[in-house]
Ligand binder design. Structure first.
Ligand code: GLC
Length: 671
């Protein structure tokens, strides 16, 4: 196992973020940094504040530095617990920062207790008390007085969470994977070379991979950035190979990006938002000196200004995978990392106008990051949300400050899985039911709860749905079911057990039965079928990139191969995974690892597909390694949680006044 050498990181590494003023409880803050009197809060933090809007340049070197003098910064009930900048002399800027890491007891708590209150949001109050639910107290250290730091007594130790602190399961397995890697095919060797070439360094340390790395691409747009979602298969490939440094760095650096206030036209999204991507930029200093800065994009530059809702969910999923594969659980136990998880959850679990337990998002908030008619409650986001909740429940430290949050997670898991299993599921029988639906039913006991008009069932579906098999539809809104098959959401529902065991099996049966449509000549279609004619014009806004059977509109995306492999392995269908990997193995290197393929069966390299697309390459490598190491794959998926299913948090079941729809349907979906 490669050990992480933080000492090799060079100074002058910063984050460059444009932000607006962050008044503290409505009172403008003084320019200098401020400290609050220590109290007994579990969260220790530090911060400094600026009152003028400006571009922030933040030193991040210390995030990962092991031997830095720690500083036990005073806490506040309103502050937040983060790790921030450290010693750095960059050009004229001389700053001394603060590094706070509390050693968290390495007890791995896990709770499935669910309280019988549907909308228990008490965890939010806990956040405020714990200092997590406030607009950011900006934690930058520019022009600081070094003495303040050096005079403070460290109450916590830094670097106690090193990679040496491992549980046994992870490491030994990683070694096993490494050994398998010895006999590589020529294709695998090329893929590894390309993946290594795509690695992005920041201050001398690897922090991620470029989205695409085609030397002949003169107009890379933002494909020269590190995308959070794109990095996941790269991370898994590296982890499975036994190289965890890049993943650890990525997790910690993106965590820092999360903490900043960001704006689109003077409006700030929630604090827990993770960027869609980031870029390492070189900024000139005085006297021919340069420094590196991290420049995140939270959607303020992205085409269409789409909010990357999936980024935070992927970050949580990757954090858990990192722990599982390396055995380094100390990383997820760090106070700043725990806080990062809570901030993401806070965004996802906060009250809104929703009537459903599913997450309400705008169009383009996930892998499909432009207009494709998936606003509302798209399956992909729900499946990632469910997975992130399951991951968080495993990783959150159980204490007085987190118990309400954990209760809320359990309640949401339970309600969300019921909702998706019951209302998103379609197979022949269910379609026939919808076909005979009565409409305009006003009552809590309606069968057709969402007032779906049977005429909505598309003609293609009636012929297409096989006798054996079924799937989860793409979206559900009042009077609207999006019957398209979205691959990522369905695969991730299998992986996370959002679907019932029977449903999960049926999804793979459907993929097998509809192999030509969903896999064809290149695994796998991002969605099926494509929007055509008027539908395409209205729903995509006449998007020339999303023409029928291209790009997000029914294009074939090889990166989906690793998720397909994982889902197949979980369900004992290695045969299907191997068949798909074989297809990819012959075509991808010959076609120079494209981003996506076009046409109904994925015959052509996509019209505007990038070549040497990193997540295509990494997805292929990860699939191969998972197939060779089933024990590793099993660390990455979840089995059914029967405890959650047993508990109905709905008060109706207790009162007996009204029928609980969940109770009525439970017998059907539990099987
Ligand atoms: C495209 C994809 C998106 C991906 C990005 C970088 O925008 O739709 O999912 O993250 O390219 O590869």
């Amino acid at each position: 196992m490669k050990s992480i050498n933080f000492m090799t990181m060079k100074p002058c590494c910063r984050v460059l973020i444009s932000r607006k003023i962050s008044p503290f409880l409505g009172i403008p803050l003084p320019k200098s940094h401020q400290f609050f009197a220590p109290n007994s809060s579990a969260f220790q933090f530090n911060h400094s504040l600026h009152t003028a809007p400006k571009t922030r340049i933040v030193n991040l070197q210390s995030i990962l530095k092991e031997n830095q003098q720690p500083f036990f910064a005073p806490s506040s009930t309103r502050g937040q617990s983060r790790i921030f900048s450290g010693s750095c002399l960059c050009g004229k800027l001389s700053h001394r920062g603060i590094y706070v890491i509390a050693r968290v007891a390495s007890v791995r708590n896990y709770s499935t207790s669910v309280e019988t209150r549907v909308n228990d949001k008490n965890f939010e109050r806990i956040y405020v008390q714990g200092g997590l639910n406030v607009k950011p107290l900006v934690v930058e250290k520019i022009d600081l007085d070094e003495n303040i730091v050096s005079n403070e007594e460290p109450n916590v130790k830094v670097g106690e969470d090193s990679l040496d602190d491992k549980s046994s399961d992870g490491l030994s397995s990683v070694e096993a994977v490494k050994n398998v890697g010895r006999e590589q095919s020529e294709v695998d060797k090329e893929a590894w070379r390309l993946l290594e070439n795509a690695v992005v360094s920041y201050c001398g340390s690897p922090v991620g991979t470029l989205a695409a790395n085609d030397p002949n691409d003169k107009l890379p747009l933002n494909y020269d950035q590190v995308f959070i979602r794109d990095f996941v298969p790269s991370a898994l490939a590296f982890l499975l190979k036994g190289d965890s440094e890049i993943v650890r760095n990525f997790l910690l650096h993106t965590l820092q990006l999360q903490s900043w206030e960001k704006t689109v036209d003077c409006y700030s999204p929630g604090q827990g938002l993770m960027p869609a991507s980031f870029k390492v930029r070189t900024v000139p200093l005085d006297e021919n000196k340069f420094e590196e800065v991290l420049d995140p994009d939270f959607g303020e530059s992205a085409i269409g200004r789409v909010a990357p809702v999936d980024s935070g969910l992927w970050w949580i999923i990757l954090l858990r995978a990192y722990g599982k594969i390396t055995g380094d659980y100390a990383l997820q136990e760090r106070v700043d990392v725990q806080t990062g998880i809570k901030l993401i959850l806070n965004l996802c679990l906060s009250d809104g106008f929703d009537m459903f337990p599913s997450l309400l998002v705008t169009d383009g908030s996930c892998m499909i990051d432009r207009r494709m008619g998936i606003h509302g409650h798209p399956l992909e986001i729900q499946a990632l949300f469910y997975s992130a909740l399951r991951c968080s429940r495993e990783m959150l430290r159980v204490d007085d400050g987190s118990k309400n949050l954990i209760r809320a997670i359990n309640n949401r898991l339970s309600a969300l899985s019921f909702h998706i299993r019951e209302y998103y599921w379609v197979d022949m029988k269910k379609i026939n039911e919808i076909y005979r639906y009565k409409t305009e039913e006003y009552s809590t006991e309606a069968t057709n709860k969402f007032n779906i008009y049977p005429e909505q069932i598309p003609h293609w579906l009636m012929d297409w749905i096989p006798e054996k098999g079924g799937y989860l539809i793409g979206n559900l809104q009042p009077a609207h079911m999006d019957f398209r098959f979205f691959t990522l959401g369905n695969l991730w529902s299998i992986v996370s057990s959002l679907g019932t065991p029977k449903q999960n099996e049926a999804i793979l049966n459907l993929i097998e039965a509809k192999w030509d449509d969903l896999v064809g000549l290149m695994p796998l279609k991002i969605c099926y079928p494509a929007l055509e004619s008027e539908e395409w014009r209205i729903i995509t806004g006449s998007d020339p990139k999303n023409t029928p059977w291209s790009y997000h509109n029914g294009g074939s995306w090889p990166t989906l191969l690793w998720q397909f492999t994982l889902a197949c392995m979980k369900m004992g269908r290695m045969d299907l995974a191997k068949k798909a990997v074989d297809l990819a193995e012959t075509r991808l290197p010959a076609d120079r690892w494209p981003e996506y393929y076009d046409t109904r069966y994925g015959k052509f390299v996509g019209k505007q597909a990038r070549l040497y697309q990193t997540w295509t390459i990494a997805g292929y490598l990860t699939s191969k390694m998972l197939l060779e190491n089933p024990e590793m794959a099993s660390l990455l998926f979840w089995e059914e949680d029967y405890d959650l299913l047993e508990i109905c948090v709905c008060a109706l079941s207790k009162s007996g006044r009204k029928k609980c729809s969940r109770g009525a349907a439970k017998s059907q979906i539990l099987v």
